[in-house]
Design a protein around this ligand. Structure first.
Ligand code: IPD
Ligand code: CA
Ligand code: CA
Ligand code: CA
Length: 269
């Protein structure tokens, strides 16, 4: 993809995201139709679906040759990342959207032949947009984010994680290791939106985000944004992320990444 084409796609994508965000904000106090998906706490609303449909229509209209890989199933049947694929989470943090009416985001990552070119994460209620272009730096409302080059010992880190990973019966990770991590670091946070947790790592207000179960649309934009400030994003055992299937993830400041994985993470097989 050449620069002119990429800039055009980037500008259109920002326009779509702003418009989608505006539509959500206007209807934030409307009565909601809430359904559940895989379990009673896995929520979906008509707003998640309508927002994804909005992206599907816009992409088809402006870029008919591009594909959409979205959470709610209004996109294409994606088997690989050949061509230009928009990986979209129309509302990341649906539970926050439903219960708190804040702390949710629209996440759009645009990949060409598997390479992340454009990342956009929009905190809808705060009207804050994080963006990145590959090898072009990362920005928060147009202001460049600093590189994660400062010193960061594990003991002085704040890491986002879900308290579920501390339960002995969780099927993914040895909970004793996670407990030791909690005791070692400065503190934990849990915001309920993977996309926001990723941009907070990029911004340096979190030092890491460790999670056991995310889908490509949770990660697609955030990984581009973090990598642009020198952060590291891998699976929780340090491998390359799979951008087509469910995965674990450790995203962090470069200085704590391998230490956290080696000292505290043991995945259950
Ligand atoms: C969820 C959020 C949440 C994370 C879940 C995701 P959704 O996305 O990012 O923080 O813990 O794993 O599924 O369903 O609200 O788009
Ligand atoms: Ca969901
Ligand atoms: Ca999500
Ligand atoms: Ca979602």
């Amino acid at each position: 993809m050449d620069n002119t084409e990429r800039t055009l796609i980037f500008n259109k994508a920002k326009e779509f995201v702003h418009e989608a965000g505006e539509r959500i904000r206007k209807k934030i106090d409307d009565p909601r139709t809430i359904e559940t998906k895989s379990n009673r706490n896995d929520l979906v609303t008509e707003m998640d679906q309508n927002t994804e449909k909005f992206f599907a229509e816009k992409i088809k209209e402006e870029f008919p040759e591009h594909l959409l890989f979205g959470e709610e199933g209004f996109g294409d049947d994606i088997k690989d990342l050949t061509g230009t694929v928009w990986i979209v989470d129309p509302i990341d943090g649906t539970m926050n959207f439903v219960h708190q009416k804040r702390n949710f985001a629209i996440s759009v990552g645009i990949y060409t032949d598997g390479i992340g070119e454009v990342g956009i994460i929009y905190d809808v209620m705060q009207d804050v947009m994080y963006t990145a272009l590959r090898e072009g730096g990362a920005y928060k409302n147009g202001e460049k984010l600093a590189e994660l080059t400062y010193k960061k010992p594990i003991e002085e880190s704040i890491i986002a994680l879900n308290t579920t990973w501390l339960l002995p019966e969780n099927p993914h990770i040895d909970h004793i290791g996670v407990g030791n991590l909690v005791k070692t670091i400065r503190s934990t946070r849990s915001y309920g939106s993977a996309a926001l947790e990723l941009v907070y790592v990029a911004e340096g207000i979190l030092d890491g985000y460790l999670t056991m179960s995310l889908m490509p649309w949770d990660i697609a934009a955030g990984r581009i944004i973090i990598e642009e400030v020198g952060g590291i994003v891998t699976t929780a055992d340090g491998l390359e992320l799979d951008m087509l299937n469910r995965t674990s993830m450790m995203a962090s400041h470069p200085q704590i990444h391998s230490g956290v994985i080696e000292e505290f993470v043991t995945l259950k097989k």
